[in-house]
Design a protein around this ligand. Structure first.
Ligand code: ACO
Length: 434
């Protein structure tokens, strides 16, 4: 439970003054507890997009958007990237502490044990058009997992929640790789449990039965880093979607499918794909000013993809790490002159010097660079958001578990400011004069 601050906010409305408590977390802004507001005043609050609303209490991830800080369970993302790996970070997000050696080994084995999917699941893929977007496939197939694992759907049983968590985290890379293989007409590749989580994903995507496939350690490390950086990001759109779906006691597979749907949008996880599309459209450095001009034009819906963030009003720390890695990966892969990367660097430079972007604190976000790295790793553009979904599944699952065990948890049910017609009488069709 958060500490109740000694401070109160006094709110006067009409002839009434009420007192609302201020609650303190361990870091970040305090919150005004408005739970009694409606009962005391008959007023609701109005906050489209939740720009000033804390929707829950959470101990998992902390973002300081002004300082550009990101902590998983208190650990700075930079330290985790340098000293840890995805499987450890997954454990940390789920259980709150870094694992001991034996806990790590056990967790890794538990996740590995669940990597295979039921053979019948492959039949689902055949139902999709070959050119279906893999995110469309993922929404369907992950949702369909609830039809395969009846034995882990009881969300009130802690043991079953644990099994469902392992299943989701373990099977996501398998399902993601299957979506890719299906799209290019290659046979599905089964997981190989001796490999790391990242290496397994790469192998299932790129191996073919006719040849040996050895995972490039540079790519494995880069993939692991991408997974760590995307593992959780507090109450973003997709995580809030998972929590909202879960608040009605929906099963975790259905909840994660709803998270995947929310992630797909270009304003959220779909941005890494949109960045590449935008760079291809800009095509040459000479055309950058034209696109910057469009981004600033209020009458033009165009936005610079990969720029701006609801919370970060300083550099996104994930973007800083990704930017460094981007150069390392390109160097290691021997990609000396990548025209798209050159274009991206020029765009970044011009945007960072432009008053419009400076005034609005619009910095490149993680998606600006992740697309470039993923492309260098030969991951097809349509799979970018799928990789993001694989990583974020850990965060979704951790947040879902936290919600289920939260004594304050209630079904999520926002209110509205109704601006429609007042009550009126029905008009029979023959009397409708329009
Ligand atoms: N290009 C041009 N202008 C922008 C951009 C952009 N990318 N982002 C924000 N702005 C402008 C807005 O027009 C607005 O200007 P105004 O004050 O003159 O009206 C101002 O900056 C504030 O923008 P909002 O839309 O109010 O900011 P919000 O917090 O709602 O949106 C978002 C954040 C959705 C990320 C937005 O910056 C955006 O659309 N960015 C591009 C898409 C993108 O990269 N998304 C990935 C986010 S990170 C992730 O999900 C992992």
């Amino acid at each position: 439970m958060p500490d109740e601050h000694t401070m109160k906010v006094h709110l006067s409305y009409g002839d009434k003054t009420i007192e609302l408590p201020v609650l303190n977390g361990t870091d970040g802004p305090s919150v005004l507890d408005i739970r009694s507001l409606y009962a005391q005043t008959g007023l609701l609050t109005f906050d489209p997009g939740f720009t000033s609303t804390a929707s829950c209490e959470s101990s998992i991830t902390f973002i300081d958007g002004d300082e550009g800080r990101l902590l998983y369970r208190g650990y700075p993302i930079q330290e985790l990237v340098q000293q840890s790996d995805f499987i450890e970070v997954a454990y940390l997000l789920l259980y709150g502490e870094l694992p001991t050696l034996s806990e790590r080994a056990r967790f890794s084995e538990d996740v590995t044990y669940h990597t295979l999917v039921h053979e019948q699941i492959s039949a689902f893929y055949n139902g999709f058009r070959r050119d279906a977007h893999p995110m469309a496939v993922m929404v369907g197939v992950v949702g369909a997992l609830s039809a395969f694992y009846h034995d882990s759907l009881d969300i009130h049983d802690a043991n079953l929640r644990e099994i469902a968590s392992f299943r989701l985290i373990a099977k996501m890379p398998t399902l993601a790789a299957m979506a890719y293989k299906y799209s290019i007409g290659q046979p599905f590749v089964y997981p190989k449990n001796e490999l790391s989580y990242a290496a397994n994903l790469l192998r299932m995507m790129f191996a073919v039965p006719s040849e040996n496939y050895i995972v490039n350690p540079v790519l494995e490390r880069a993939m692991d880093l991408i997974l760590v950086l995307h593992a959780d990001h507090e109450q973003n759109a997709s995580t809030s979607t998972v929590r909202l779906a879960g608040s009605s006691a929906a099963n975790p597979f259905a909840c994660v499918a709803s998270g995947i749907a929310a992630l797909w949008g270009p304003a959220h996880g779909g941005a890494n794909e949109a960045v590449l599309a935008m760079l291809s459209e800009i095509a040459t450095k000479e055309r950058i000013p034209e696109f910057i001009k469009r981004a600033k034009d209020k009458n033009d819906p165009f936005r610079l993809m990969g720029f701006g963030h609801r919370i970060y009003k300083n550099f996104d720390p994930r973007a800083t790490i990704m930017r460094q890695t981007c150069h390392e990966v390109l160097n290691e892969l021997g990609i000396k002159n990548d025209p798209l990367l050159d274009l991206a660097m020029e765009l970044e430079k011009i945007a960072l010097e432009d008053d419009y972007f400076i005034e609005r604190k619009l910095y490149p976000n993680v998606d600006f660079y992740s697309g470039i790295i993923l492309r260098a790793m030969q991951i097809p553009v349509s799979m970018f958001t799928v990789i993001f979904a694989v990583a974020r599944t850990v965060g979704w699952v951790a947040q879902w578990r936290e919600m289920i065990t939260d004594p304050l948890q209630k079904i999520g049910r926002p209110r509205q400011l109704y601006c429609g017609k007042k009550e009126r009488r029905f008009i029979p069709v023959e009397k409708r004069g329009r």
